[in-house]
Design a protein. Structure first.
Length: 199
């Protein structure tokens, strides 16, 4: 079996089936598999996901890429990433290429796909005269965090997410507990002993 280097190419509409597979793998990394999607069947969820990927493929503001290997007529897809141009963050007007939806298929890891996707993002940024890359990392993935840290990425901000219902419930509980609780005076042994000597 001959060796083929990993290369990165732009996604085409015909890549939709493999995008959906990678998207499902990405979803499993971010959401517990048993977590229900309210009011939506699995079929409806897949149709919505398919529609979102189609929109991403055809949107000139988003650049979806695949890491592949093998001859072009029989290539093997290893992973994907989405590249977009935006500000480093909402309050800083410093342009950056945002690298999101990064996923390498579990069975295809350790083959250089992640490095190839980051190299493609760096080339994409250089072509546009942009000096910063921002990558989104699943906080539960230590392996991904270490991978990006080795490539020079440092934490910029911690973004937390929560269901609105949970936040509202916690806010209500917080209001009930908002009245100050009288603090009990802690008596230190030395102070007790000093009082005993005086008394």
């Amino acid at each position: 079996m001959s060796w083929h280097p990993v290369r990165v190419r732009t996604v085409e509409e015909s890549d939709l089936p493999v995008l959906l597979e990678l998207g499902e793998e990405l979803r499993e990394q971010l959401v517990a598999p048993e977590a229900p999607v309210r009011g939506r069947s699995a079929t409806a969820g897949r149709a919505a996901l398919e529609q979102r990927y189609l929109e991403a493929v055809t949107d000139p503001q988003r650049h979806l890429v695949l890491a592949v290997t093998g001859p072009s007529d029989d290539e093997q897809v290893l992973g994907m990433a989405m590249l977009t141009v935006g500000s480093t963050n909402a309050l800083l007007d410093v342009p950056a290429v945002h690298v999101t939806h990064v996923v390498v298929a579990g069975r295809q890891r350790k083959r250089g796909a992640g490095r190839a996707l980051v190299a493609a993002a760096a080339a994409f940024a250089e072509e546009r005269g942009i000096e910063q890359l921002v990558v989104s990392v699943n906080p539960g993935s230590r392996e991904a965090a270490r991978f990006f840290a080795r490539l020079g990425f440092a934490p910029l901000a911690v973004r937390r997410t929560a269901p609105v219902a949970v936040v509202k419930r916690r806010l209500v509980l917080g209001e009930r507990c908002a009245e100050p609780v009288p603090r009990r005076r802690v008596t230190r042994p030395a102070a007790v002993a000093a009082r005993a000597r005086q008394g």
